[in-house]
Design a protein around this ligand. Structure first.
Ligand code: SF4
Length: 222
């Protein structure tokens, strides 16, 4: 889009500080069911599910964890079997060698440094092998202690389209979002964008004609 159109569109919708609250409120009504799509019953299962979800779908992870979590209930269980057995058990999630290594390393550290419990803070979570910032953000947020804003492909795309960030790098996008999004909304904001991205504001063909944000979105086509 030419620069003049972008500037014009930004003027039409107003400053992002004024738009962020109505955007959240409208999306919360539109996607009242927005929540994490992974199935888990404990902080440990949450951590494992999020680690397994890299490069695959949540549906796929849920299929694998349905049986995985019957067999592996504690951090010790992941260390009690040979690595190859764990690899076989998580094979369908892809990148199974790397994921098995990360899971075992993480379980080891949970036992040695955290009393077998999943820590809640970002600095502790990112110390676990194979746990990057995004995984740590998802886990701390789902455990009721959001310490940042999760940035995935939908959050990135929608934040850019809504004019909340001009950045491409997820860490810089998150930096913009934590300044803009009220702290009490850090947990639900990514879910709202993810569900809006899946249902309405798709990557290739956003359905602006069906969107509740047209008057608040500088990228609206209607
Ligand atoms: S108006 Fe269009 S581009 Fe903007 S959020 Fe809605 S669907 Fe996406």
């Amino acid at each position: 889009m030419p620069r003049s159109f972008i500037a014009e569109a930004r003027k039409r919708v107003g400053a992002k500080k004024q738009r962020i609250k109505p955007v959240i409120e409208r999306l919360a009504v539109e996607h009242a069911d927005a929540a994490i799509a992974l199935t888990f019953g404990s902080p440990l299962e949450l951590l494992v599910s999020v680690m397994l979800s890299a490069q695959t779908t949540d549906v796929n992870v849920n299929k694998v964890t349905e049986t995985l979590f019957v067999k592996y209930r504690t951090p010790d269980d992941y260390l009690a079997v040979p690595q190859e057995e764990l690899e076989r058990d998580i094979f369908a999630t892809g990148f199974y060698r790397q994921k098995a290594r990360s899971l075992r390393g993480t379980m080891q550290m949970l036992l040695e440094e955290f009393g077998g419990e999943v820590p809640r803070t970002l600095p502790e979570l990112v110390r676990l092998p194979g746990v990057a910032r995004k995984t740590a953000n998802v886990v701390s947020s789902e455990l009721g202690n959001p310490q940042g804003v999760v940035v995935d492909t939908h959050v990135r795309r929608l934040s850019q389209r809504l004019g909340f960030t001009k950045e491409e790098d997820p860490v810089k996008i998150e930096r913009d979002l934590v300044k803009l999004v009220p702290r009490e909304d850090w947990g639900r904001f990514p879910h709202l964008l993810i569900w809006h991205g899946r249902r309405v504001c798709m990557a290739r063909a956003p359905r602006c004609e069906d969107c509740v944000l047209t008057d608040l979105c500088p990228s609206s086509r209607v």
